[in-house]
Structure formats: C-alpha cells, structure tokens
Design a protein around this ligand. Structure first.
Ligand code: SF4
Ligand code: SF4
Length: 443
C-alpha cells in the first residue's frame, strides 16, 4: 500500500519530470531556430538528455504509484487522452513534424546537425533527416516502452511482448542498419519485409543490393523473399498475425508503446469496419500490381509499360508510404487512436490478416457465461473490434484485423478471454474472402 506521504513524493517528482520535459522542448526549439548563434550539438544533445531524464521520471512517478487495475483510470476525463485541446495540439505538432521531416527537412537542419557526432560514431556517415527520424522514433519506443512495462507489470505476456518490440526497434531497425552503413554495406532493415517495406522486392532495390552488397546483398534479397513468402505464412499459421504486428514490427512497436494511451480512441462502429475492409485490401492490391509492373517492365527493358510502372511506384510512395503511414499513421494518434495505419492502410497487415482469418491456428476463445458486459475489452481494443459482442455470444474471435495485442484479455475483469494457438478444430471455417458488404456486427 502506497502511503499518502509517498504519493506526495511521487507527485512532486512527476512535476519535476514535466519541468525537465518542458526545458527539453525549449532546447529543441533553440536548436531549430538558433542558426549560427548557438552550438546545435550542445543544445540538441541537452534536449535529448533532458527528454530521457524527464520522460523517465514522469513515467515512473505516474505509473508506479497506481495499482495495476487502475492504470486506465481517468483516460476519458483527461484532456490529452480524450480528444481535448491538448490532444489536438499534440496531433498538430506530430503531423507538422512529419510534414517538415518528409518535405521540408532543411527547416530541421539544427536538429540534424545536433546528431552529427552520434551519426559519425554509429554509422560513420553524416547525419541526415532519416537518422534524425530513426533516433527520435527509437527513443519514443524505448521511453514509452518503460511506460508499457510499468503499466502492464503484472502480465508476463505484455512484459515479454514489450521487450520484444523494444529489442527489434533498437537492434534491427536502428543499430544494425547503422553498423551496416559504417562497414560500407547497403542500409537494410531485417525486421521489415515486402509488402510493408514495398521497395525491398522492387527490381531497382534488388539490383542495388546485389551490386553494392555482393554476398551480403544476395543474402538480404534472399532474407526478404523468404520472410515475405515462406516465414510469414508459416509463423502466421502457428501464431496469427501477432508474431509480427505485436512483437516485431516497428510501426506496431510504436503503436504499442507511444500509442498505448490512445488505444481506446479507435472507432468501433460498423462504418469504420466497412472502411477498413474497403481501404486496406485495395492498398495490398496496389503494392502487388506495382511490384509486378516494375518486374515486367524491368524484364522487357522498359519497352512494355514505359514510365507507367515508375508512376505507380512514385504514387504509392507519396500517398501511402509518406502521407498515410507517416503523417496520418502517427500524427493522428491523439485523435483517431494508435493503429490507424495498421488498421486501414498497412498492406502487410492485410496480407497477415487474410492468412490469420483463413489459415491460422490463432484465435481468442471466449467463455461467454462469465461475461458481465462491462465493455472493457471493446473499449481498449485498438483495432476497433467489438470484442464484447463475441464474448456475449461465447464465440471465438477470429478477425483478420486482430493484432493479438492481448489487451482485451488483460482488461477483462472476469477472465473471459484467452489468446490461443490451439488446433484448428472448432475454429471459424471461412471459405470466402472478406467483402465490404459481408461485414456483420451488432448495431
Ligand atoms: S481483439 Fe484483443 S487481442 Fe485482438 S486487437 Fe483487439 S484488444 Fe488486441
Ligand atoms: S471485458 Fe470481459 S466481462 Fe467485460 S464485456 Fe469484455 S469479455 Fe465481458
């Protein structure tokens, strides 16, 4: 039992954390706007140091005094987590950062220069906008990973899952690509595969990797193809899409850590479900067609489609790769929830979802008789699944969109829900592919 005096201490330290975070924001602002009058490395690195220190103090002091059963208390009352003014302000800030990063990186030059010594140390290359992005992205996953570890500290599944996403982001999506560059090898992300990293199987990238990486480059192409077409179906058969979306993927990693305070904002309506089906599968089709066109064009020496395939590729990169996955996918966390990209846009999620629904052992079993219809499970489902409806029917949940985060089971006060990789007997036997009109839900 935490005493009142200890609670007061936690509160004071929490405010100290917030103060350090505010000073860190000022340091970043000075780094960006200071021009030649300041030393950007000193200001930028001070900002990062204060961000880590202030963030850790604030997270520990806000999570630790709260009982594990009370971690979500007040989410719908707090301005920042219930689409209040501060949530909109944060959304605008994040969206603005992405727009500057993608299309006006010169405005962030101060921050890019601030990371120059770190970039030289890790990658033996000058810092650039993508190194800036990777550094802040990894920091966000790690800091908010601590938040998730403390919030779900009584649940082994979440502890291991959170450590896993931190490990893959830090090791496979940040340090390893940096070291590859340091050793003059092609930059490669071993934790991202086609169709999410759509260009990894484009002829231009395959050619680049083989020409510049020699044996390692051939291995990278081999790795990408095997992971996309062999390992993904096999792992999804055994574990559902959770092995990737909730354990490995960087987008999922950010959603499960930095996005966790916003998971309840996902739209649970039937309309949203229909939009989900209507958007995500065409995007998967778009990637497949673009990849095929590029290969046909490459084999025909460019005589068959001219620049058509290149136009497809550029359009996909701009509308889906940049605007949807980056700007909307993360910038809209505080307004639309943490899995907007994963739910509506990610072609990898669509591919995994088809496998999960039709060829997997994964399901969430429900013990309907125990359900008290509190609705916690539906509220905290980040993918907008009305979990309660299935629980009330006593039906196993086999939805293509479920990322197996397990939060529905964690917040259920009656132990109704259980994530299983059991035998396929008794499982939903869907034969038709998902169609927009086929969507059914309690209305
Ligand atoms: S149904 Fe449960 S496990 Fe699946 S995404 Fe929703 S909360 Fe996560
Ligand atoms: S959280 Fe548990 S008890 Fe509450 S509605 Fe969902 S399944 Fe039922």
């Amino acid at each position: 039992m935490v005493t009142t005096a200890t609670n007061k201490l936690y509160l004071y330290f929490k405010y100290l954390g917030y103060t350090l975070l505010a000073i860190s924001a000022l340091c970043f602002l000075t780094t960006i706007t200071g021009g030649n009058t300041i030393n950007p490395v000193v200001w930028g690195m001070s900002g990062i140091g204060l961000l880590i220190l202030g963030g850790l103090i604030a997270i520990v002091c806000s999570r630790l005094p709260k009982h594990v059963a009370h971690q979500n208390n007040g989410l719908w009352q707090k301005d920042l987590t219930s689409r209040g003014i501060s949530a909109w302000a944060l959304g605008i800030l994040l969206t603005g950062f992405y727009i500057l990063l993608y299309w006006f990186p010169e405005t962030l030059q101060g921050l890019i220069v601030a990371l120059e010594p770190f970039s030289q140390w890790l990658r033996n290359k000058p810092s650039d906008q993508w190194f800036l992005y990777g550094t802040f992205y990894t920091l966000a996953v790690m800091l908010m990973g601590v938040y998730a570890l403390l919030k779900y500290r009584n649940n082994r599944y979440h502890l291991i899952r959170t450590c896993s996403v931190i490990f893959f982001q830090l090791g496979f999506a940040f340090i390893l690509p940096g070291l590859l560059l340091a050793f003059n090898q092609p930059e490669f992300y071993f934790s991202y595969f086609w169709p999410l990293k759509y260009d990894y199987l484009f002829p231009s990238t395959v050619g680049y990797l083989i020409d510049n990486g020699q044996a390692l480059g051939v291995f990278m192409v081999f790795w990408g193809a095997v992971l996309s077409f062999l390992a993904t179906p096999v792992l999804t058969y055994f574990y559902g899409k959770r092995w990737y979306c909730s354990w490995v993927c960087g987008c999922g990693g950010l959603a499960e850590t930095a996005g966790d305070p916003y998971r309840h904002l996902s739209d649970k309506s039937k309309k949203a479900w229909q939009w989900e089906v209507a958007i995500i599968y065409p995007i998967l089709g778009f990637v497949i067609i673009t990849t095929l066109l590029l290969w046909i064009n490459s084999w025909s020496g460019g005589s068959l489609f001219g620049d058509l395939s290149g136009g497809f590729s550029r359009s996909y990169g701009f509308f889906i790769g940049s605007i949807f996955s980056g700007v909307v996918g993360v910038g809209f966390y505080p307004i639309m929830g943490n899995r907007v990209w994963c739910r509506f846009g990610c072609p990898m999620a669509a591919y995994l979802g088809i496998l999960q629904k039709h060829f997997s052992r994964f399901r969430i079993t429900t013990n309907g008789g125990q359900c008290i219809s509190c609705g916690n499970c539906s509220t905290y489902c980040e993918m907008g699944i009305d979990v309660r409806w299935y629980a009330q029917q006593g039906e196993p949940i086999i939805r293509s969109s479920c990322v197996g985060c397990g939060i529905c089971a964690h917040v259920c006060p009656r132990g109704v829900l259980k994530l299983e990789n059991g035998p396929r007997e008794g499982r939903y036997h869907g034969t038709t592919l998902i169609e927009r009109e086929a969507v059914t839900i309690l209305s």
